[in-house]
Design a binder for this molecule. Structure first.
Ligand SMILES: [Zn+2]
Length: 81
């Protein structure tokens, strides 16, 4: 399920919400349903896109090296099963 950022048109409150297709979220501050959906940033990644992201990160790390590359290798070691 994707997480969306919403801005309440009624009170201006901004919040994140897990939303299923067809769901109408309500503002946690004033319970209004007149919301504006902000830029979508899906937090749930498929394993496929995750693998691609790891590859891309590994490529970057070859150039940049350092702490990030070590963390990346650690991550891959622990997720090899
Ligand atoms: Zn509100």
């Amino acid at each position: 399920m994707p997480i969306y950022d919403y801005s309440c048109k009624s009170c201006g409150h901004e919040f994140e919400r897990l939303v299923r297709t067809g769901d109408t979220p309500a503002c946690p501050a004033c319970a209004a349903t007149d919301l504006e959906r902000l830029v979508t940033a899906p937090a749930v990644k498929s394993s496929g896109t995750h693998a691609l992201a790891l590859k891309a990160a590994a490529k970057r790390d070859k150039v940049r090296g350092g702490e990030l590359a070590r963390a990346q290798r650690e991550y891959e070691l622990h997720h090899n099963d």
